[in-house]
Design a protein around this ligand. Structure first.
Ligand SMILES: [Zn+2]
Length: 488
C-alpha cells in the first residue's frame, strides 16, 4: 500500500490524500513510501521524481557551516562572504566535527582513514562497497562557499532525503569528505584521494609539509584528532561508485544557458619547461641581424603555442617566465618559460606537442612558420630545449555513471532538458580523477556566476545548488538500481 508522508517543514501546507500534493510554500512533492520502506528496484521513474531534496535545508546548512573559515566579504548579502578554510586547520576541524555529527544523527557508520578522509555509510539491503557522493570541505586561502563544499552538503542532503522518504537502497550509499583536495596549505592537490587510489604513497601524504610552517599533514591530523585507523586504500576501503557534484569553475554552462553538466571526463594535461638559449649582448651596439635574442624568440614560441592550440582545439598557457640576465640594456641570452597544454584527448595533446617540438626550433632559427617571422629582422637564431615536468593523461568517466547523471538531470528538468543538460569535460582536476581509476565515477557540474572560482565572490545560486543536489540524488539512486539489476 502506498502511503503519503508530509515533509516536516511544511506540514501546515499539506493535505493528506492518495495523490502526491505540491506544497505551495516549498514547491515540493510529498515523499513516498511503498509499504514500510521504498526500495530503489521497485521505484518507477515517477517514484524517483518524487524523492525530492529540501532545497532550503541544503542552502541553510551550507551557509551555516561557512561560519567556520570566514573569508573576505564581497557583497552586501549575509552570504556574500568568501572562505578561508585551509585543510586540517581549526576551522576545518569544526567543519569535520559538524560533518561527523550530522551523518551520525542520520544513522550512518563513520570511517576515518589514515589521511583523515571521512566516509559516512548508510546501510543498504545488501552488503557491498557503498555508492558515494564525495567532495571536499577545505578551501583555497581566498576561496568561495561552493567549490567542494556544495558537493559534500549535497551528499548529506541526499542522506536526509532518503531517511525522510523512507527509501531503502539495495547497496549502502554514503558521503565522503576528502582531505586536502585543494593542495593550498599542503601543496599536493587531491592528495588524500591519491593515497586512497595508490597513486601517492601514504608516507608522502603524511610527510607533506605546509607551505609556510613546520607542520606536516600527519602532525596536523594528529593535532585535530582526524588521523583515522582505516587504511587509506582502495583495497581495504573500497568504493562501489563515486559521484561528485561540483560547481563548473568555468563559464561554459552559464554562457550556453545550460543548467547541468554531465561530466564525461577530465582533460589531459602536460606541463613543460621550455628553455631558449641565445646570447647576451648590448642593446645599443648589436644590430638585429647579429642578435640571438632569447626573449624575442620565447615571445614568438608562446604566441605560436597559442595559435597551434587554437587551431587544434587544445589549450596552451604560459604562467612562469624567467629571463637572464634581467637588465634593460642587455638582450637576454637565456629564457625559461612554463608551457601548460591541455586537451580532451591524449592523442590530440601528443599531436600538438609533436607539432610544436618540430616547429619551435624553426621559429627560433628565424624561419617563417605560419605567420611567425613574417615581419621583423632575422637574427642569428636560438636553441630550444624541452623538459616534461608533469604528465596527467585524460580521465574518462564511467559511461553508466554518466548516463545516470544525464537521466537524472533530464528527469528533473523535464521536456526542455536537451539544451539544459550538457555533456562536458572538466578542465580542472578533482578527487573524482583518482576514484575513477578504482571505481565507476562521474561528476555533475552546475553553473557558477561568470565562471569565477577560487575567489571570495564565487557564487552558485540557490536554484543551481538545489538542481545539482537533486541530480546527484537521482544519479545515486539510479546507479543503485542498476547495481541490483546487474547482480540478479
Ligand atoms: Zn573543488
Amino acid at each position: 500500500m502506498r502511503s503519503i508522508r508530509p515533509q516536516s517543514l511544511c506540514t501546515k501546507f499539506w493535505r493528506i490524500s492518495s495523490q502526491p500534493q505540491r506544497c505551495q510554500f516549498h514547491k515540493r512533492a510529498f515523499s513516498i513510501s511503498v509499504g514500510r520502506r521504498t526500495s530503489t528496484v521497485d521505484m518507477t521513474e515517477e517514484d524517483l521524481a518524487k524523492v525530492e531534496i529540501d532545497r532550503q535545508r541544503l542552502w541553510g546548512e551550507l551557509h551555516k557551516t561557512c561560519e567556520w573559515g570566514v573569508g573576505e566579504r564581497w557583497g552586501e548579502n549575509p552570504t556574500d562572504v568568501g572562505m578561508h578554510r585551509l585543510a586540517l586547520s581549526d576551522d576545518d576541524k569544526k567543519a569535520r566535527d559538524w560533518f561527523v555529527a550530522a551523518v551520525q544523527n542520520l544513522g550512518c557508520e563513520v570511517k576515518i582513514d589514515a589521511m583523515g578522509s571521512i566516509f559516512a555509510i548508510r546501510p543498504g539491503k545488501k552488503a557491498g562497497p557503498p555508492t558515494y557522493a564525495g567532495s571536499h570541505l577545505d578551501t583555497q586561502p581566498t576561496g568561495g562557499r561552493y567549490d567542494g563544499i556544495l558537493g559534500v552538503h549535497a551528499g548529506i542532503e541526499m542522506l536526509r532525503t532518503l531517511n525522510d522518504g523512507n527509501v531503502e537502497t539495495e547497496y549502502p550509499v554514503g558521503v565522503i569528505n576528502w582531505t586536502n583536495e585543494e593542495g593550498a596549505r599542503f601543496p599536493i592537490s587531491m592528495v588524500a584521494s591519491g593515497v586512497w587510489a595508490g597513486a601517492v604513497s601514504l608516507e608522502k601524504g603524511h610527510n607533506l609539509k605546509e607551505v609556510n610552517g613546520p607542520a606536516t599533514q600527519k602532525s596536523e591530523l594528529e593535532r585535530i584528532k582526524y588521523l583515522g585507523t582505516t587504511e587509506a586504500s582502495h583495497e581495504v576501503n573500497p568504493i562501489g561508485a563515486h559521484f561528485e557534484l561540483h560547481i563548473e569553475q568555468g563559464p561554459i554552462l552559464e554562457a550556453s544557458g545550460g543548467k547541468i553538466g554531465a561530466v564525461e571526463g577530465v582533460q589531459a594535461y602536460r606541463w613543460y619547461t621550455v628553455t631558449v638559449k641565445g646570447r647576451d649582448c648590448h642593446t645599443g651596439t648589436t644590430d638585429f641581424r647579429n642578435r640571438s635574442d632569447s626573449m624575442l624568440t620565447a615571445a614568438k614560441l608562446i604566441l605560436h603555442s597559442h595559435n597551434k592550440a587554437s587551431e587544434m582545439g587544445c589549450l596552451a598557457s604560459t604562467g612562469i617566465l624567467n629571463l637572464k640576465p634581467g637588465s634593460t640594456n642587455t638582450v637576454p641570452g637565456s629564457v625559461q618559460f612554463s608551457l601548460d597544454m591541455r586537451s580532451k584527448e591524449n592523442s590530440k595533446l601528443l599531436e600538438l606537442e609533436e607539432v610544436l617540438r618540430a616547429e619551435f626550433p624553426k621559429i627560433a632559427a628565424g624561419d617563417v612558420v605560419d605567420c611567425m617571422n613574417m615581419a621583423g629582422t632575422k637574427g642569428r637564431g636560438c636553441e630550444v630545449e624541452w623538459r616534461l615536468d608533469t604528465d596527467s593523461p585524460a580521465t574518462k568517466f564511467h559511461e553508466v555513471c554518466v548516463k545516470c547523471v544525464q537521466e537524472s538531470a533530464e528527469a528533473m528538468l523535464g521536456t526542455a532538458s536537451t539544451s539544459l543538460v550538457r555533456k562536458m569535460t572538466s578542465g580542472a582536476g578533482h578527487d573524482s580523477v583518482y576514484t575513477s581509476g578504482r571505481a565507476p565515477t562521474s561528476m555533475i557540474f552546475v553553473p557558477c556566476r561568470d565562471g569565477v572560482s577560487h575567489h571570495p565572490a564565487e557564487y552558485c545560486s540557490p536554484e543551481d545548488c538545489g538542481n545539482g543536489a537533486q541530480v546527484l540524488l537521482g544519479a545515486v539512486l539510479r546507479y543503485d538500481r542498476l547495481r541490483a539489476e546487474r547482480a540478479n
